[in-house]
Write a protein that binds this ligand. Structure first.
Ligand SMILES: CC(C)(COP(=O)(O)OP(=O)(O)OC[C@H]1O[C@@H](n2cnc3c(N)ncnc32)[C@H](O)[C@@H]1OP(=O)(O)O)[C@@H](O)C(=O)NCCC(=O)NCCS
Length: 397
């Protein structure tokens, strides 16, 4: 049995068939298999590892992405295409692959990793912790009526994503720099959106500068205008986008739009009857998960004035003892013996520390979730260092 990296056309006979069996209707038609070569360019820079012995027994890939962690844009390994052969499951192949894949991505400079789990507890064993799922807000275009008469200082741009893609990419790159948790694909993968050309692109512009953007499609007359993530710099940008949607009052019955977990659509307008939902289910409607792969991710992040000594336990990538000091306003880490002195102590698993770094758990929740031991004095320091935040992963893979 051997673990091996595959690239380019080799994917057609190794990882692609395994992924197709795991994630698509099957058996595959010859026509479907004939489509595989079209996906190669969008996978070209991925790191794909397989386990093989008389054929491919398991496969896993990592996409070299970037993610914003508390304002710092860092390389992030987006894990995807994890699957094993039905006759080779529960034999440890995927565990072997994930360990090697994350070792290699970490050595290659990716201090963060994220994924969409089929079952969170499976990836919790690998130190991942849950992030919030975006909400879907659904409402009638009729309730946007008051916006039709609003005189808003700006305009919208409307085109197919196939032509508007450069503006979209530029705007999402800006969101990457500005929004905690936001992740972006590498170019070779991202252009799939442009090449499929299956969406409209709507942009809000003020003085020629894009301040908001959303992609969408309409399924039918009297049907649904289904928008993807509504990205807006400010309330004016959002109002410009919604004003355009209001023009579909007699065309579609409903509008649905994805929003960040901390967005409050019920406050957008008076008399807006809106249903806001996040449905999390196994195996295919998951909330994302993420983790730190290297303590380097934390050094220099904006932090509040706390000091705590943290022992990281039971982890392949983060084990060690660190003094965390946020007193200068940016996080300093001292490791090993330098971490002495009278400061409170906490013990954290990788998922526990990742939860604090991503801002998704309060230190008092960490022991309740079995992710460490955090005495009250250490919790107070950790709470000062790592404020709660709502990460918005955005990229779906
Ligand atoms: C899920 C899947 C990838 C697991 O692969 P595998 O090779 O059987 O996994 P491993 O044998 O390496 O299992 C690693 C650990 O997870 C456990 N595990 C495996 N499948 C599990 C499952 N469905 N639920 C919970 N735990 C599971 C194993 O018991 C093992 O635990 P241990 O470390 O305590 O011994 C495989 O069943 C599969 O291809 N499923 C269909 C596609 C899919 O869902 N992929 C995941 C997309 S995110």
């Amino acid at each position: 049995m051997a673990v091996r990296r595959v690239g380019s056309e080799e994917r057609l006979t190794t990882s692609f068939p395994l992924s197709a069996y795991a994630f698509e209707p099957s058996p595959l038609s010859a026509a479907r298999t004939a489509e595989f070569p079209r996906y190669l360019p969008y996978n070209e820079g991925n790191r794909t590892l397989i386990v093989e012995e008389d054929g491919t027994l398991a496969a896993a890939s990592a996409i070299p992405m970037r993610q914003n962690l508390r304002g710092a844009v860092l390389p992030m390994a987006g894990v995807a295409g994890v699957a094993s052969h039905p006759l080779a499951r529960r034999q440890g192949h995927v565990r072997t692959l994930l360990h090697q894949l994350l070792d290699e991505m970490r050595d290659d400079g990716h201090p963060l990793t994220a994924l969409y789990p089929f079952r969170p507890s499976f990836y919790a064993k690998f130190g991942y912790v849950g992030l919030p799922k975006p909400r879907t807000a659904t409402f009638s275009p009729a309730d946007l009526g008051p916006l039709l008469r609003a005189d808003l200082p700006g305009e919208v741009g409307w085109e197919r994503i196939g032509t508007g893609y450069p503006a979209w990419r530029e705007f999402t790159e800006r969101c990457l720099r500005e929004r905690h948790g936001f992740a972006a694909f590498p170019d070779y993968r991202d252009v799939g959106l442009r090449d499929r050309d299956e969406r409209w692109l709507l942009t809000a512009r003020v003085d020629g500068v894009v301040t908001g953007a959303v992609t969408y499609r309409i399924d039918d007359h009297a049907g649904e205008l289904a928008a993807d993530d509504l990205l807006a710099d400010d309330p004016l940008a959002r109002a410009l986008l919604l004003q355009f949607f209001a023009r579909h009052i007699d065309q579609v019955e409903r509008i649905s739009v994805q929003v960040a977990a901390d967005e409050l659509p019920e406050l957008w307008l008076t008399d807006l009857a809106v249903h806001v939902e996040a449905r999390v289910a196994r195996p295919n409607s998951s909330a994302p998960m993420a983790r730190l792969l290297s303590m380097d991710a934390l050094a220099g992040l904006p932090a509040g004035p706390g000091r705590v000594r943290v022992e990281l336990t039971g982890d392949r990538w983060l084990a060690g003892t660190y003094l965390m000091d946020g007193s200068t306003g940016s996080l300093e880490l001292l490791s090993g013996t330098a971490a002495g002195g009278p400061v409170p102590d906490a013990t954290l698993t990788a998922a526990g520390l990742s939860a604090l770094a991503y801002g998704v758990l309060d230190p008092a929740e960490v022991p309740l979730r079995g992710l460490g031991e955090v005495p009250v004095d250490a919790a107070a320091e950790l709470r000062r260092i790592f404020s709660r935040q709502v990460p918005y992963l955005f990229a779906d893979f």
